[in-house]
Design a protein around this ligand. Structure first.
Ligand code: NDP
Length: 314
């Protein structure tokens, strides 16, 4: 078990964390970054990334994250595998403990632990992940041009994803478990008026099928009632939009969070409710959730940490 002292501890290794590490290293903060359970974050589960500027021919998610990682390493960031299991933010310097029992003492902290898309929990979701199953229409929708897709969920995200996909795909099913949409009225109206979107109310997904790639879904309407009916739809893509869970449990209530568990930051900076602690990426962003916006806030968090350390230099 070791003890490390760092000017800047970065927790999480998606685009936000690695970008923060690149900037913090170049500012001579010698950051230590804990990569977490899924080094590279959510992007490592996507296939092609075509909307990150600078890659005119696209790049796979894992390759892009490996590039960012190497870029952070090149400037001397101390990248470590492992997760932070506990952190004391009540006094400075902050003291964090890793899953291997190591202690990291940090003058500033950048939290970039991301958010995890919720899945239904069907075994088929794993089977077809990256081959028809996705939790991000903006990332993967392009691959379903002129094809048939389904979106699961009845909130604003599901409606937004269905509308986005309806501009690309030939046909979009919106699978809603209740008899109403939870989304805002304006989004509901748009979805219901869009000709190539069919909303399947009172419907749940039982399973997915297909030889090698996804070919369809088995659905049930009015499950458990006299009107129960099981039927198949032919689809090439199945998009989950049933919410995200920000990875903030390890903070144990020490930072101000919104009702969804996302870290609340100052509107103009990445400062959190604790001085010296900054947040970047999806962990503080229920709205945009894009690699490019996460990288942008990672940059801002490193600049904020640098400024904070300058102002508090002893
Ligand atoms: P929400 O929690 O609002 O909606 C989740 C949806 O998924 C609900 O319809 C819910 O159904 C459904 N759902 C949850 N679990 C299951 C399940 N196991 N099976 C089937 N369906 C399920 O999440 P969103 O991501 O849509 O939105 C999060 C927040 O972000 C909201 O406050 C939203 O308003 C906001 N947002 C705003 C946008 C904007 O203003 N442009 C865009 C996107 C999001 P049920 O209704 O039955 O619980």
């Amino acid at each position: 078990m070791s003890e490390t002292r760092t000017k800047c501890l970065i927790i999480g290794s998606g685009p936000a964390g690695y970008t923060a590490a690149i900037y913090a290293s170049r500012a001579n903060l010698s950051p230590t970054l804990l990569e977490g359970l899924q080094p590279g974050g959510q992007l490592t589960t996507t296939t092609e990334v075509e909307n990150f500027p600078g890659y005119p021919d696209g790049i796979t998610g894992p390759e892009m994250m490996e590039d960012m990682r190497r870029q952070a390493e090149r400037f001397g960031a101390d990248l470590r595998s492992g997760i932070i299991t506990a952190i004391d933010l009540s006094k400075r310097p902050f003291v964090a403990t890793t899953d291997s029992g190591d202690t990291i003492i940090a003058d500033s902290v950048i939290i970039s632990t991301g958010a995890s898309a919720r899945y239904l929990g069907l075994p088929d979701e794993d089977k077809y992940r990256g081959m028809g199953v996705s939790a991000c229409a903006t990332c993967d929708g392009f691959f379903y041009r002129k094809k048939r897709v389904a979106v699961v969920g009845g909130g604003d995200t599901a409606c937004e994803e269905a509308l986005y996909l309806s501009g690309l795909a030939e046909k979009v099913y919106l699978i809603v478990r209740k008899d109403y949409l939870r989304a805002s009225k304006v989004m509901q109206k748009r979805v219901l008026e869009r000709e190539n979107i069919t909303v399947l109310f009172n419907t749940n997904t039982l399973s997915l099928f297909g030889e090698e790639v996804l070919e369809g879904a088995k659905l049930v309407e009015f499950k458990g009632t006299e009107r129960e009916q099981i039927f198949d739809i032919a689809i090439d893509g199945f998009f989950l939009a049933i919410g995200h869970k920000p990875n903030t449990d390890f903070l144990d209530g020490q930072l101000r969070l919104d009702e969804g568990g996302y870290i609340i930051t100052d509107p103009f900076t990445t400062a959190t409710s604790v001085e010296g602690v900054f947040a970047a990426g999806d962990v503080a962003d229920p709205r945009y959730r894009q690699a490019i916006s996460a990288a942008g806030t990672g940059c801002r968090a490193a600049l904020d940490a640098e400024r904070y350390l300058l102002e508090h230099e002893s």
